[in-house]
Ligand binder design. Structure first.
Ligand code: AMP
Ligand code: ZN
Length: 443
């Protein structure tokens, strides 16, 4: 399997499912698809109306091949049906809500039954096991705990394995490092950018991870990263770094996960069906071709999703992996079809910022967002044009407007930004679709 530290053992949490034959998997997926389509049609108005509009009845969907007849689901559907409109079970069966930012100030939320939490825990147990985690391990969870799915997802997976969990949540780097050292953490779960920051801080403190820490592997995801960043994390922390992918709408982290071969993320296909479509036409594309990733959940009961468009771009392969798993793999996310940015783990849409700016007196609706990475942390600067009147105002008046924008963006979008008011007509104008984002982060 090459290029590994050799510190972690090859393990599979649920070989019966993770190494299932493709034929058996197809039959299982088809069976579960029939059930979920019936469940949605009977219990969720939106799906019933959409299927009726297309002239599709639940009994028309027999196998995975028939997926293409089903309507798509979009993030805007979750926003429009916020908070409970897409629940497919009575509210008293829901035991948990998670959420993340949508295209407006309102979050999008997903509801979980007890069974949904169990399924998600299994998916995350497979994920951590694929990175070498066993019940002897000490798992430091430095993903945030809260509405965000990262912290709880990693916690539940480690819990299912029977490993010992340190639910640190994100931030407080000195304390993370102290606990890592004193408790002897062996597995780290956090965003890749935070892993780099932790690694750099550990080195600056004069610690040698090979001697002073017991870390051996990590599961990193929730934002895009690259092979170069993997190399950096592995060198800084002396670990094997595995990629993990997920999204709130589907369950959270653990939708797919890398094994130690590190050549793509195995999709938990007994729980979700993945498709790649042409983002412009919606037509399904064959394995190997890059396009937009679409998921249908086939075991979720609380808020299942039919053909959810992730807007993430990647390709799939069902080539057998050296690790022995038969589950198809998705490649790294290479981009998005929309303009969503992930800044320090928070999904940010330019439209959210625009909605704040239009409500502020003294600025024109011309703005540009600059994303940078400073000391391994993401920063976002908002440059917005002043109106002519504001331009002739005093410095303190201009500063007051900047502060107002900062506060409003912080409360609506949930992140601190740099705000700079610039001279009228200094932001470039576009003849076609306006461009509002410059992402200068090198991944
Ligand atoms: P959220 O629902 O807030 O967790 O955000 C989900 C989004 O985060 C996905 O649709 C992706 O755009 C991004 N994401 C999650 N994991 C990864 C990953 N491993 N690589 C790249 N992007 C990721
Ligand atoms: Zn594998």
């Amino acid at each position: 399997m090459g290029k590994n530290t050799g510190k972690v053992e090859h393990r599979i949490f649920n070989p019966a499912m993770e190494c299932i034959s493709r034929d058996e998997l197809y039959a299982l997926q088809s069976e579960r698809l029939r059930q979920v389509v019936r469940h949605e049609y009977d219990n969720v108005r939106l799906y019933r109306e959409r299927m009726d509009a297309k002239g599709v009845k639940p009994e028309d969907i027999r196998t995975v091949e028939d997926l293409k007849y089903l309507p798509f689901t979009e993030k805007s559907d979750l926003r429009d049906e916020f908070p409970y409109g897409l629940l497919a079970v009575p509210q008293e069966e829901i035991v948990r809500i998670h959420g993340s930012s949508g295209t407006t100030g309102k979050p999008i939320v997903s509801g979980y039954t007890r069974g949904d939490v169990d399924v998600w825990s299994e998916m995350m147990a497979r994920t951590l096991t694929a990175a070498g985690c066993s019940r002897e391990d000490i798992v430091q969870v430095a993903y945030g705990f809260g509405l965000f799915t990262g912290g709880f997802g990693a916690y539940q997976g480690a819990n299912r394995i029977g490993a010992m969990v340190l639910p640190m949540s994100s931030g407080n780097t000195q304390r993370q490092i102290m606990m890592m050292q004193e408790m002897g953490s062996t597995i780290l779960c956090c965003t890749p950018s935070y892993a780099v920051y932790l690694g750099e801080t550990i080195r600056e403190m004069g610690l040698d991870p090979a001697k002073d820490l017991k870390l051996k592997a990590g599961c990193f995801g929730a934002e895009p990263w690259s092979e170069a960043m993997r190399k950096r994390i592995e060198e800084l922390l002396c670990i094997d770094a595995c990629d993990i992918y997920g999204l709130t709408e589907i369950c959270g982290p653990g939708v797919s996960y890398e094994c130690l071969v590190k050549e793509g993320m195995h999709i938990n296909e007994d729980h979700v069906i993945a498709e790649i479509i042409n983002p412009a036409t919606g037509e399904p594309l064959p394995y190997g071709q890059e396009g937009e990733l679409v998921f249908t959940t086939i075991t979720k009961r609380g808020m299942p999703m039919l053909r959810y468009r992730t807007h993430d771009l990647c390709s799939l392969t069902d080539k057998k992996c050296e690790c022995g798993r038969t589950l198809a793999r998705m490649g790294r996310i290479t981009g998005r079809t929309d303009d969503m940015l992930i800044i320090r783990g928070v999904n940010v849409f330019p439209s959210q910022i625009e909605s704040v700016l239009v409500g502020i007196h003294g600025v024109a609706p011309h703005y540009m967002l600059y994303a940078d990475r400073v000391n391994s942390a993401d920063t976002l600067e908002i440059q917005v044009e002043m109106t002519e009147e504001m331009f002739s105002d005093t410095v303190s008046e201009i500063e007051a407007v900047q502060r107002k924008i900062f506060e409003s963006v912080k409360s609506v979008v949930g992140i601190a930004t740099k705000v700079k008011l610039v001279a009228p007509k200094s932001i470039p104008r576009f003849e076609g679709k306006a461009k509002h984002v410059v992402d200068r982060r090198k991944l």
